[in-house]
Design a protein around this ligand. Structure first.
Ligand SMILES: *Cc1c(COP(=O)(O)O)cnc(C)c1O
Length: 402
Protein backbone atom coordinates (compact mmCIF):
# COMPACT_ATOMS: atom_id res chain seq x y z
CA UNK A 1 0.00 0.00 0.00
CA UNK A 2 1.46 3.42 -0.83
CA UNK A 3 1.72 6.13 1.76
CA UNK A 4 -1.02 8.35 0.38
CA UNK A 5 -3.58 5.60 0.31
CA UNK A 6 -2.54 4.57 3.79
CA UNK A 7 -2.98 8.04 5.16
CA UNK A 8 -6.34 8.57 3.50
CA UNK A 9 -7.69 5.32 4.86
CA UNK A 10 -10.29 6.04 7.50
CA UNK A 11 -9.34 5.05 11.02
CA UNK A 12 -11.08 1.88 12.23
CA UNK A 13 -12.26 3.57 15.42
CA UNK A 14 -14.01 6.13 13.18
CA UNK A 15 -15.70 3.42 11.15
CA UNK A 16 -12.94 2.43 8.68
CA UNK A 17 -11.48 -0.99 8.04
CA UNK A 18 -8.81 -2.23 10.48
CA UNK A 19 -5.25 -1.65 9.21
CA UNK A 20 -4.40 -5.32 9.81
CA UNK A 21 -6.68 -8.23 9.05
CA UNK A 22 -4.99 -10.41 11.70
CA UNK A 23 -4.33 -9.25 15.26
CA UNK A 24 -0.77 -8.14 15.95
CA UNK A 25 0.54 -8.71 19.46
CA UNK A 26 3.40 -7.50 21.59
CA UNK A 27 5.76 -10.37 22.36
CA UNK A 28 5.01 -12.80 19.56
CA UNK A 29 7.80 -15.40 19.74
CA UNK A 30 10.89 -15.28 17.56
CA UNK A 31 11.41 -18.78 16.21
CA UNK A 32 14.69 -19.97 14.71
CA UNK A 33 15.43 -22.70 12.17
CA UNK A 34 12.72 -25.35 12.43
CA UNK A 35 14.69 -28.08 10.69
CA UNK A 36 17.57 -27.61 13.12
CA UNK A 37 15.12 -27.69 16.03
CA UNK A 38 13.45 -30.91 14.86
CA UNK A 39 16.87 -32.45 14.35
CA UNK A 40 17.74 -31.66 17.97
CA UNK A 41 14.44 -33.15 19.14
CA UNK A 42 15.35 -36.38 17.29
CA UNK A 43 18.68 -36.36 19.09
CA UNK A 44 16.98 -35.98 22.48
CA UNK A 45 14.57 -38.81 21.78
CA UNK A 46 17.38 -41.05 20.55
CA UNK A 47 19.39 -40.27 23.68
CA UNK A 48 16.42 -41.02 25.92
CA UNK A 49 17.69 -38.25 28.18
CA UNK A 50 14.80 -35.83 28.57
CA UNK A 51 15.80 -33.79 31.60
CA UNK A 52 18.18 -33.71 34.64
CA UNK A 53 21.16 -31.70 33.47
CA UNK A 54 21.29 -33.37 30.05
CA UNK A 55 23.65 -32.66 27.14
CA UNK A 56 21.35 -30.12 25.49
CA UNK A 57 21.04 -28.09 28.70
CA UNK A 58 24.80 -28.19 29.11
CA UNK A 59 25.33 -27.05 25.54
CA UNK A 60 22.87 -24.21 26.04
CA UNK A 61 24.58 -23.14 29.28
CA UNK A 62 28.04 -23.17 27.78
CA UNK A 63 26.87 -21.25 24.69
CA UNK A 64 25.34 -18.60 26.93
CA UNK A 65 28.52 -18.34 29.02
CA UNK A 66 30.60 -18.02 25.85
CA UNK A 67 28.42 -15.27 24.51
CA UNK A 68 28.21 -13.26 27.73
CA UNK A 69 31.66 -13.92 29.14
CA UNK A 70 30.02 -15.06 32.38
CA UNK A 71 31.63 -17.87 34.36
CA UNK A 72 28.43 -19.66 35.31
CA UNK A 73 25.04 -20.04 33.68
CA UNK A 74 22.55 -22.25 35.49
CA UNK A 75 19.57 -22.85 33.21
CA UNK A 76 16.21 -23.30 34.91
CA UNK A 77 12.57 -23.85 33.98
CA UNK A 78 11.59 -20.16 33.95
CA UNK A 79 12.69 -16.69 35.01
CA UNK A 80 10.51 -16.61 38.12
CA UNK A 81 12.07 -19.80 39.51
CA UNK A 82 15.46 -18.32 38.61
CA UNK A 83 14.58 -15.35 40.85
CA UNK A 84 13.27 -17.65 43.61
CA UNK A 85 16.46 -19.70 43.65
CA UNK A 86 18.84 -16.75 43.36
CA UNK A 87 17.08 -14.90 46.22
CA UNK A 88 17.27 -17.96 48.46
CA UNK A 89 20.84 -18.85 47.52
CA UNK A 90 21.93 -15.29 48.30
CA UNK A 91 20.36 -15.60 51.74
CA UNK A 92 18.06 -12.61 51.30
CA UNK A 93 15.49 -12.26 54.08
CA UNK A 94 13.70 -9.54 56.04
CA UNK A 95 13.29 -6.68 53.57
CA UNK A 96 14.52 -6.35 50.01
CA UNK A 97 14.29 -3.14 47.97
CA UNK A 98 13.04 -3.32 44.38
CA UNK A 99 11.37 -0.97 41.89
CA UNK A 100 7.55 -0.82 41.89
CA UNK A 101 7.64 -0.44 38.10
CA UNK A 102 8.45 -4.01 37.12
CA UNK A 103 6.77 -7.26 36.17
CA UNK A 104 4.92 -8.70 39.16
CA UNK A 105 7.23 -11.76 39.34
CA UNK A 106 10.07 -9.65 40.78
CA UNK A 107 7.92 -8.89 43.84
CA UNK A 108 6.27 -12.33 44.00
CA UNK A 109 9.63 -14.08 44.16
CA UNK A 110 10.33 -12.21 47.41
CA UNK A 111 6.89 -12.44 48.99
CA UNK A 112 6.72 -16.15 48.08
CA UNK A 113 9.48 -16.83 50.59
CA UNK A 114 8.24 -14.47 53.26
CA UNK A 115 10.52 -11.55 52.39
CA UNK A 116 8.99 -8.08 52.43
CA UNK A 117 9.29 -6.39 49.03
CA UNK A 118 9.99 -2.71 49.69
CA UNK A 119 8.88 -0.78 46.63
CA UNK A 120 11.14 2.01 45.49
CA UNK A 121 10.35 4.78 42.99
CA UNK A 122 11.95 5.10 39.56
CA UNK A 123 13.78 7.72 37.59
CA UNK A 124 11.06 9.07 35.25
CA UNK A 125 13.49 9.43 32.35
CA UNK A 126 14.88 5.88 32.11
CA UNK A 127 12.16 4.09 34.18
CA UNK A 128 14.79 2.41 36.39
CA UNK A 129 15.01 2.18 40.18
CA UNK A 130 16.18 5.47 41.70
CA UNK A 131 19.37 4.88 43.72
CA UNK A 132 18.79 7.99 45.86
CA UNK A 133 15.49 6.59 47.14
CA UNK A 134 17.05 3.13 47.62
CA UNK A 135 19.38 4.69 50.22
CA UNK A 136 16.44 6.23 52.07
CA UNK A 137 14.58 2.91 52.24
CA UNK A 138 17.39 0.92 53.88
CA UNK A 139 16.52 -0.22 57.43
CA UNK A 140 18.23 -2.63 59.85
CA UNK A 141 16.05 -5.39 58.29
CA UNK A 142 17.20 -4.75 54.73
CA UNK A 143 19.29 -7.60 53.30
CA UNK A 144 19.34 -6.89 49.60
CA UNK A 145 18.46 -4.88 46.51
CA UNK A 146 16.99 -6.14 43.24
CA UNK A 147 17.61 -3.84 40.29
CA UNK A 148 15.64 -4.44 37.10
CA UNK A 149 17.18 -3.74 33.68
CA UNK A 150 13.87 -2.60 32.32
CA UNK A 151 13.37 -2.56 28.53
CA UNK A 152 16.85 -4.12 28.18
CA UNK A 153 18.61 -0.94 29.29
CA UNK A 154 20.92 -1.40 32.26
CA UNK A 155 19.71 0.20 35.49
CA UNK A 156 22.11 2.25 37.63
CA UNK A 157 24.51 -0.66 38.13
CA UNK A 158 27.45 1.36 39.45
CA UNK A 159 25.42 3.40 41.96
CA UNK A 160 23.56 0.32 43.21
CA UNK A 161 26.78 -1.70 43.55
CA UNK A 162 28.21 1.12 45.62
CA UNK A 163 25.15 1.28 47.90
CA UNK A 164 25.13 -2.50 48.30
CA UNK A 165 28.80 -2.56 49.20
CA UNK A 166 28.61 0.28 51.71
CA UNK A 167 25.64 -1.30 53.45
CA UNK A 168 26.68 -4.97 53.16
CA UNK A 169 23.62 -5.82 51.08
CA UNK A 170 23.21 -8.53 48.46
CA UNK A 171 22.67 -7.21 44.95
CA UNK A 172 20.65 -9.15 42.40
CA UNK A 173 19.62 -7.96 38.96
CA UNK A 174 16.43 -9.01 37.26
CA UNK A 175 17.76 -9.02 33.69
CA UNK A 176 14.71 -10.72 32.19
CA UNK A 177 14.57 -8.00 29.50
CA UNK A 178 18.28 -7.64 28.97
CA UNK A 179 19.63 -10.80 27.37
CA UNK A 180 22.24 -9.72 24.80
CA UNK A 181 22.62 -6.19 26.21
CA UNK A 182 25.76 -4.60 27.61
CA UNK A 183 26.78 -2.05 30.23
CA UNK A 184 30.08 -0.21 29.85
CA UNK A 185 31.08 -2.66 27.12
CA UNK A 186 30.60 -5.71 29.32
CA UNK A 187 27.62 -7.99 28.81
CA UNK A 188 24.74 -8.03 31.27
CA UNK A 189 25.15 -11.25 33.25
CA UNK A 190 28.38 -10.15 34.89
CA UNK A 191 27.07 -7.66 37.44
CA UNK A 192 25.99 -7.76 41.08
CA UNK A 193 26.13 -11.03 43.02
CA UNK A 194 24.06 -12.62 40.27
CA UNK A 195 21.75 -11.73 37.40
CA UNK A 196 18.63 -13.53 36.31
CA UNK A 197 17.33 -13.82 32.74
CA UNK A 198 14.11 -15.18 31.29
CA UNK A 199 13.69 -17.21 28.11
CA UNK A 200 9.92 -16.96 28.13
CA UNK A 201 8.20 -17.07 24.73
CA UNK A 202 7.78 -13.28 24.75
CA UNK A 203 11.43 -12.48 25.40
CA UNK A 204 14.01 -11.79 22.68
CA UNK A 205 15.44 -15.31 23.09
CA UNK A 206 13.00 -18.02 24.05
CA UNK A 207 13.19 -21.67 25.07
CA UNK A 208 9.35 -21.94 25.18
CA UNK A 209 9.63 -21.36 28.95
CA UNK A 210 13.01 -20.96 30.56
CA UNK A 211 15.37 -18.84 32.55
CA UNK A 212 18.89 -18.78 33.94
CA UNK A 213 20.93 -17.51 36.82
CA UNK A 214 24.22 -15.95 35.75
CA UNK A 215 27.09 -15.38 38.15
CA UNK A 216 30.86 -15.22 38.36
CA UNK A 217 30.85 -16.56 41.93
CA UNK A 218 31.86 -20.27 42.07
CA UNK A 219 30.47 -20.97 45.53
CA UNK A 220 27.15 -19.35 44.71
CA UNK A 221 26.91 -21.21 41.40
CA UNK A 222 27.43 -24.58 43.14
CA UNK A 223 24.74 -23.76 45.64
CA UNK A 224 22.32 -22.71 42.90
CA UNK A 225 22.94 -25.92 40.93
CA UNK A 226 22.12 -27.98 44.00
CA UNK A 227 18.99 -25.94 44.75
CA UNK A 228 17.79 -26.40 41.18
CA UNK A 229 17.73 -30.18 41.75
CA UNK A 230 16.10 -30.63 45.20
CA UNK A 231 19.47 -30.12 46.91
CA UNK A 232 20.79 -33.49 45.66
CA UNK A 233 24.59 -33.63 45.93
CA UNK A 234 24.70 -37.26 44.72
CA UNK A 235 22.54 -40.36 44.83
CA UNK A 236 20.73 -40.51 48.17
CA UNK A 237 22.41 -37.36 49.44
CA UNK A 238 20.51 -34.11 49.96
CA UNK A 239 22.48 -31.18 51.36
CA UNK A 240 20.12 -28.21 51.01
CA UNK A 241 16.53 -27.24 50.88
CA UNK A 242 16.02 -27.31 47.14
CA UNK A 243 13.28 -27.28 44.57
CA UNK A 244 12.72 -28.60 41.07
CA UNK A 245 13.91 -25.79 38.84
CA UNK A 246 15.40 -27.88 36.05
CA UNK A 247 15.24 -26.91 32.40
CA UNK A 248 14.13 -29.79 30.16
CA UNK A 249 16.14 -30.95 27.16
CA UNK A 250 13.50 -29.86 24.68
CA UNK A 251 13.46 -26.35 26.14
CA UNK A 252 17.25 -26.23 25.84
CA UNK A 253 16.99 -27.44 22.22
CA UNK A 254 14.74 -24.47 21.48
CA UNK A 255 17.15 -22.19 23.34
CA UNK A 256 20.16 -23.38 21.35
CA UNK A 257 18.23 -23.18 18.06
CA UNK A 258 17.11 -19.63 18.76
CA UNK A 259 20.55 -18.61 19.99
CA UNK A 260 21.85 -19.42 16.49
CA UNK A 261 19.49 -16.77 15.15
CA UNK A 262 19.69 -14.21 17.95
CA UNK A 263 21.68 -11.69 15.91
CA UNK A 264 19.04 -11.82 13.16
CA UNK A 265 16.26 -11.23 15.69
CA UNK A 266 18.16 -8.27 17.10
CA UNK A 267 18.82 -6.84 13.61
CA UNK A 268 15.13 -7.03 12.78
CA UNK A 269 14.24 -5.39 16.09
CA UNK A 270 16.81 -2.65 15.51
CA UNK A 271 15.45 -1.87 12.06
CA UNK A 272 11.92 -1.72 13.42
CA UNK A 273 13.09 0.59 16.18
CA UNK A 274 14.65 2.94 13.64
CA UNK A 275 11.56 2.90 11.45
CA UNK A 276 9.29 3.68 14.39
CA UNK A 277 11.65 6.44 15.53
CA UNK A 278 11.73 8.09 12.11
CA UNK A 279 7.93 8.11 11.95
CA UNK A 280 7.10 9.04 15.53
CA UNK A 281 9.80 10.99 17.27
CA UNK A 282 8.65 14.41 16.05
CA UNK A 283 5.07 14.01 17.21
CA UNK A 284 4.23 16.43 20.02
CA UNK A 285 3.41 14.74 23.31
CA UNK A 286 4.97 11.44 22.27
CA UNK A 287 8.35 10.22 23.45
CA UNK A 288 9.96 7.06 22.13
CA UNK A 289 12.52 5.67 24.56
CA UNK A 290 16.05 5.67 23.20
CA UNK A 291 18.72 3.02 23.56
CA UNK A 292 22.32 3.83 24.35
CA UNK A 293 24.09 3.83 20.99
CA UNK A 294 27.50 2.59 22.08
CA UNK A 295 26.16 -0.40 24.02
CA UNK A 296 24.81 -3.72 22.77
CA UNK A 297 21.04 -3.82 22.88
CA UNK A 298 18.32 -6.28 21.92
CA UNK A 299 15.70 -3.64 20.96
CA UNK A 300 12.99 -6.02 22.13
CA UNK A 301 10.74 -3.29 23.53
CA UNK A 302 9.42 -0.30 21.61
CA UNK A 303 8.30 1.94 24.44
CA UNK A 304 6.26 5.10 24.01
CA UNK A 305 5.30 7.66 26.61
CA UNK A 306 2.15 9.59 25.85
CA UNK A 307 1.55 12.95 27.46
CA UNK A 308 -2.16 13.47 27.01
CA UNK A 309 -2.30 17.29 26.98
CA UNK A 310 0.25 17.66 24.21
CA UNK A 311 -0.52 14.51 22.27
CA UNK A 312 -4.22 15.35 22.03
CA UNK A 313 -5.72 12.13 23.36
CA UNK A 314 -4.96 9.95 26.34
CA UNK A 315 -2.70 6.92 26.30
CA UNK A 316 -5.75 4.72 26.90
CA UNK A 317 -7.72 6.19 24.02
CA UNK A 318 -4.72 5.77 21.74
CA UNK A 319 -4.57 2.15 22.91
CA UNK A 320 -8.26 1.70 22.11
CA UNK A 321 -7.84 3.27 18.70
CA UNK A 322 -4.92 0.95 17.94
CA UNK A 323 -6.86 -2.11 19.11
CA UNK A 324 -9.57 -1.17 16.60
CA UNK A 325 -6.85 -1.45 13.91
CA UNK A 326 -5.94 -4.95 15.18
CA UNK A 327 -2.73 -3.50 16.62
CA UNK A 328 -2.62 -4.91 20.14
CA UNK A 329 -0.20 -2.48 21.73
CA UNK A 330 0.02 -2.93 25.51
CA UNK A 331 0.25 -0.98 28.70
CA UNK A 332 3.10 -2.37 30.79
CA UNK A 333 3.27 -2.79 34.53
CA UNK A 334 0.13 -0.77 34.86
CA UNK A 335 -0.84 0.26 37.51
CA UNK A 336 2.46 -0.78 39.17
CA UNK A 337 3.28 -3.82 41.33
CA UNK A 338 2.44 -1.92 44.54
CA UNK A 339 -1.22 -1.63 43.48
CA UNK A 340 -1.62 -5.33 42.71
CA UNK A 341 -2.49 -7.98 45.27
CA UNK A 342 -1.34 -8.96 47.78
CA UNK A 343 0.76 -5.79 47.93
CA UNK A 344 -2.06 -3.24 47.74
CA UNK A 345 -3.62 -4.79 50.86
CA UNK A 346 -0.40 -5.65 52.70
CA UNK A 347 1.42 -2.37 52.19
CA UNK A 348 -1.20 0.33 51.55
CA UNK A 349 -0.21 3.93 51.05
CA UNK A 350 3.07 3.33 49.22
CA UNK A 351 1.88 5.49 46.27
CA UNK A 352 2.85 8.56 48.25
CA UNK A 353 6.54 7.85 47.66
CA UNK A 354 6.04 6.30 44.19
CA UNK A 355 5.03 9.41 42.26
CA UNK A 356 7.16 8.70 39.21
CA UNK A 357 6.01 5.07 39.06
CA UNK A 358 2.39 6.23 39.06
CA UNK A 359 2.97 8.85 36.39
CA UNK A 360 5.06 6.63 34.10
CA UNK A 361 2.66 3.69 34.39
CA UNK A 362 -0.11 6.01 33.16
CA UNK A 363 1.90 7.08 30.12
CA UNK A 364 3.65 3.97 28.82
CA UNK A 365 2.55 2.09 25.74
CA UNK A 366 4.55 -0.77 24.17
CA UNK A 367 4.27 -1.46 20.42
CA UNK A 368 4.57 -4.75 18.53
CA UNK A 369 7.96 -5.56 17.00
CA UNK A 370 10.09 -8.64 16.19
CA UNK A 371 10.01 -11.24 13.45
CA UNK A 372 6.20 -11.16 13.13
CA UNK A 373 6.51 -7.79 11.34
CA UNK A 374 8.24 -6.50 8.24
CA UNK A 375 9.21 -2.87 7.66
CA UNK A 376 6.00 -2.02 5.82
CA UNK A 377 4.00 -3.35 8.76
CA UNK A 378 5.93 -1.09 11.13
CA UNK A 379 5.34 1.86 8.77
CA UNK A 380 1.65 1.09 8.73
CA UNK A 381 1.52 1.11 12.55
CA UNK A 382 3.48 4.38 12.61
CA UNK A 383 1.10 5.93 10.07
CA UNK A 384 -1.91 4.84 12.08
CA UNK A 385 -0.48 6.49 15.21
CA UNK A 386 0.10 9.70 13.25
CA UNK A 387 -3.44 9.54 11.88
CA UNK A 388 -4.87 8.93 15.35
CA UNK A 389 -3.16 12.10 16.53
CA UNK A 390 -4.38 14.00 13.47
CA UNK A 391 -7.99 12.96 14.07
CA UNK A 392 -7.72 13.16 17.86
CA UNK A 393 -10.58 15.62 18.27
CA UNK A 394 -12.94 13.44 16.21
CA UNK A 395 -11.99 10.39 18.28
CA UNK A 396 -12.39 12.24 21.57
CA UNK A 397 -15.82 13.44 20.41
CA UNK A 398 -17.06 9.92 19.60
CA UNK A 399 -20.34 9.37 21.42
CA UNK A 400 -19.77 5.59 21.57
CA UNK A 401 -16.84 6.17 23.89
CA UNK A 402 -18.88 8.09 26.44
C1 LIG B 1 9.39 -12.09 32.09
C2 LIG B 1 9.86 -11.45 33.35
C3 LIG B 1 10.07 -12.19 34.52
C4 LIG B 1 9.64 -13.61 34.70
O1 LIG B 1 10.15 -14.51 33.81
P1 LIG B 1 9.32 -15.83 33.44
O2 LIG B 1 10.28 -16.61 32.62
O3 LIG B 1 8.11 -15.40 32.69
O4 LIG B 1 8.97 -16.52 34.72
C5 LIG B 1 10.61 -11.53 35.61
N1 LIG B 1 10.89 -10.21 35.58
C6 LIG B 1 10.69 -9.47 34.48
C7 LIG B 1 11.07 -8.03 34.49
C8 LIG B 1 10.13 -10.06 33.34
O5 LIG B 1 9.88 -9.30 32.27
Amino acid sequence: MDTERRQSQRLAILGGKPAFSEPLHVGRPNIGDRVAFFHRVEQILNNKWLTNDGPMVREFESRVCGMLGTKHCVAVCNGTVALDIAIRALGMQGEVILPAFTFIATAHALQWQGIIPVFCDIDPHCHHIDPAQVEELITPDTTGIIGVHLWGCPCAITALSDIAQRNSLKLLFDAAHAFGCSYRQQMIGNYGDAEVVSFHATKVLNSFEGGAILTNNDVLADKIRLMRNFGFAGYDKVVYLGTNGKMSEIAAAMGVTNLDRLMDFVDINRNHHETYRALLEELPGLRILACHNDEKHNYQYVVLEIEQERFGISRDLLLRSLHAENIFARRYFYPGAHLMEPYASLYPGSEARLKNTVQVSERVLVLPTGTQLDTSGVELIGDRIRAIQKYASEIVALRTLQ
